[in-house]
Structures are given as structure tokens and as C-alpha cells.
Design a protein around this ligand. Structure first.
Ligand code: SAM
Ligand code: DTB
Ligand code: SF4
Length: 330
């Protein structure tokens, strides 16, 4: 088989090399992705995270896909930061249902000092339950990531979302470099990076390749890479964008797996409307994490019962918490 290869997996991928992966016949691409996957991971283990929107709506940013932007009329009401008690209740429920990581999302451009102090307390509380912690709070100012690290935060989620040359068509209130700056602050503070994107926003294949090349060029690459299928939200500029072929989504997962061989790739938003055979192909393509629980932030997700049944049918089992592939063993 003729692979357009970066043979040494730790070499940097160019956009053209990533694009060449997309052009492979589907079977060749999935075979290669599954082979890479098996070199680094238990092929039947899937990491399970539960999401909670701790501060919903009224966001000053204008991300074109987002139900929570104050620039769009989506019917999502603006709420205050959730109380510690409610957050810990939700975390505990998620833990009992089988989640090992609790991800808290806030619709902020970035937190102010009071808001960050409140989140620090939430992180401490969730850690005390014995769960891994992740937060996504928007852009961080110098010093803020260090406070989160001090609280024991495991992961910070901050997505690049799409290709650099498409980002300006999706959001204009902040830029790609702002995202990279926050990612660097998170990395420097010693917090693990969760960074991915959204597929199906009207980008072309080359732009999907450029997103993956950007993610793979982060040094080191993100430990966790969420790949979201756009959930179209009525009232947003992207509500009526043409739906992406699900097989192109599977290809994107496979390409991410090959270009990011030691990252955990999460099959993220979009599962609520994704047929289970397509989800199974995503796992075959190298996805090894999901959001679990009947809600994402403001939209639905498959029920825990249906996910348990799917795992059973596919012979999948949850990953032990705090286990990661050996990144030195490439
Ligand atoms: N405000 C913070 C930020 O932008 O980083 C955190 C919350 S934001 C909702 C987190 C991520 O959710 C976005 O970067 C995007 O990748 C994803 N997301 C939001 N709305 C989505 C949608 N409608 N469909 C798919 N993914 C979405
Ligand atoms: C990520 O990449 N996907 C999650 C999480 N990080 C914060 C959010 C998905 C949101 C889907 C739309 C919603 O429920 O509002
Ligand atoms: Fe939505 Fe985050 Fe953009 Fe705000 S910054 S509009 S919450 S994606």
C-alpha cells in the first residue's frame, strides 16, 4: 500500500500531507488509523467524560455556531454561575453513572478574577470526589492558568475549532492567535490541553486538514482532541449550513488519529443525531473518548442507557482514569 506518510510519527505534518490522508480510499484510511490506534491504546477502551454548563448564555463573543452567544437569538436564556452545591451534585451523579472526568463549561469571553476564584472552588470540590477535572472558560489572562493548576485542574479545553483561514468567517470578536495564546498559557502552567474543533461548518476538506495540521503542530500536541460535528442551532448564522456526509466525519476522525497518534480523540458533539453504525465506524477510526450523559452544554446527547447498550454491542469498556499512553514510546 502506498501511504502518503510521515513515517516517523513524531515529525511535523504539513497541511498537504494531512490532506493526502483525506484522499486515501476509505478502507485504506481506516486500516491505517486502526493500526496506529493499536500501537498506542487499548482498542476497546473508551474514556468517558460528562459535561455541565456551569454558566450558560449571554456570551459577548460572536461564534457563528454557538447557542450561547448574545449576538444570536437562539432562545437560550442567560443564567448566573451555578452554585457549588448544584455543580457537585451533578458531578457526583455523573460519577455514579460511570464518568471518570467532569468537564465544566462557562459562556465567558474569559473569566474575571472573582469568576476564576469561584471556578477554583468548583475544581477543588470535583477533585475531592475523585474525578478528573476539566474546565472551558474562554480566554485566560497571564497568571490565571497557574491558579487553576494550583487548584488541581487536570485539563483545560480550548478549541482551535477550524482552519486559520476559515476562523474569521466563523467569529470576529477574537482571533486564532488569541486561542493559541491561551493554549500556551495552559501548557506553560502544566495543565493538560484539550483542544479540537468543529467539523461541518461549511469548511472544505483542505481546511479540515489545516485544522488537524495545526493541532498536530502544537508542541507537545494536545492530550485530548475533541472532534465535534456541528450541531446546527436555530437562530445562529450556521443554522442552515449544508449537512456534512457522515463518512467525511469518520474520515476526519481517522486522519486525526493518524496525525495525533498519542492523543485521546473524542467523538464529541453530534452523537444525538448520528446513527450508531456511524459512531461504531468512528471508534474503528480511532476515536477513544465520548461525552456521556443526556446533555452536552445546551443541546442533547444520547441517553446513558443507550450508550451503555452501544458499548455492550461493540464490546467497549471505559478507560481507567489517570491512564495515558506513554508519549515517549512513539
Ligand atoms: N466559551 C468557551 C470557549 O469558547 O472556549 C467555552 C465554551 S464553548 C461552548 C466550547 C466549544 O464547544 C467550542 O469551542 C466548540 O468547539 C464547541 N461547540 C459549541 N457549540 C457547538 C455546536 N453548536 N456544535 C458543535 N460544537 C459546538
Ligand atoms: C467540546 O469540544 N465540545 C463540548 C466541550 N468541548 C465544551 C461542547 C459541545 C457543545 C455542543 C452544543 C451545545 O450543547 O451547546
Ligand atoms: Fe460560545 Fe464560547 Fe464563543 Fe462564547 S466564546 S460564543 S460560549 S463558543
Amino acid at each position: 500500500m502506498n501511504y502518503p506518510a510521515v513515517s516517523n510519527e513524531s515529525e511535523r505534518w504539513s497541511v498537504e500531507q494531512v490532506a493526502a490522508l483525506f484522499e486515501q480510499p476509505f478502507n485504506d484510511l481506516l486500516y491505517r488509523a486502526q493500526s496506529v490506534h493499536r500501537r498506542h491504546f487499548d482498542p476497546n477502551a473508551v474514556q468517558i467524560s460528562t459535561l455541565l454548563s456551569i454558566k450558560t448564555g449571554g456570551c459577548p463573543e460572536n461564534c457563528g455556531y454557538c447557542s450561547q452567544s448574545a449576538h444570536h437569538s437562539t432562545g437560550v436564556a442567560r443564567e448566573a454561575l451555578m452554585s457549588r452545591e448544584r455543580v457537585l451534585q451533578a458531578a457526583s451523579k455523573a460519577q455514579q453513572a460511570g464518568a471518570t472526568r467532569f468537564c465544566m463549561g462557562a459562556a465567558w469571553r474569559g473569566p474575571n478574577s472573582k469568576e476564576l476564584a469561584d471556578v477554583v472552588e468548583l475544581v477543588k470540590g470535583v477533585r475531592e470526589l475523585g474525578m478528573e477535572t476539566c474546565v472551558t472558560l474562554g480566554m485566560l489572562r497571564p497568571g490565571q492558568a497557574e491558579q487553576l493548576k494550583e487548584a488541581g485542574l487536570d485539563y483545560y479545553n480550548h478549541n482551535l475549532d477550524t482552519a486559520p483561514d476559515f476562523y474569521g468567517s466563523i467569529v470576529t470578536t477574537h482571533g486564532y492567535q488569541d486561542r493559541l495564546d491561551t493554549l500556551q498559557r495552559v501548557r506553560k502552567a502544566g495543565i493538560k490541553v484539550c483542544c479540537g474543533g468543529i467539523i461541518g461548518m461549511g469548511e472544505n476538506r483542505l481546511q479540515r486538514a489545516a485544522l488537524i495540521a495545526e493541532l498536530a503542530a502544537l508542541d507537545p500536541p494536545p492530550e485530548s482532541v475533541p472532534v465535534n460535528m456541528l450541531v446546527p442551532i436555530a437562530g445562529t448564522p450556521l443554522a442552515d449550513v449544508e449537512r456534512l456526509d457522515p463518512l467525511e466525519f469518520v474520515r476526519t476522525i481517522a486522519v486525526a488519529r493518524i496525525a495525533l497518534p498519542t492523543s485521546v480523540v473524542r467523538l464529541s458533539a453530534g452523537r444525538a443525531t448520528m446513527p450508531e453504525p456511524v459512531q461504531a465506524l468512528c471508534f474503528l477510526a480511532g476515536a477513544n473518548s465520548i461525552f456521556y450523559g443526556d446533555r452536552l452544554l445546551t443541546t442533547g446527547n444520547p441517553s446513558t442507557d443507550s450508550d451503555r447498550a452501544l458499548f455492550e454491542r461493540l464490546g467497549l469498556h471505559p478507560t481507567e482514569p489517570h491512564t495515558e499512553p506513554d508519549r515517549a514510546a512513539r
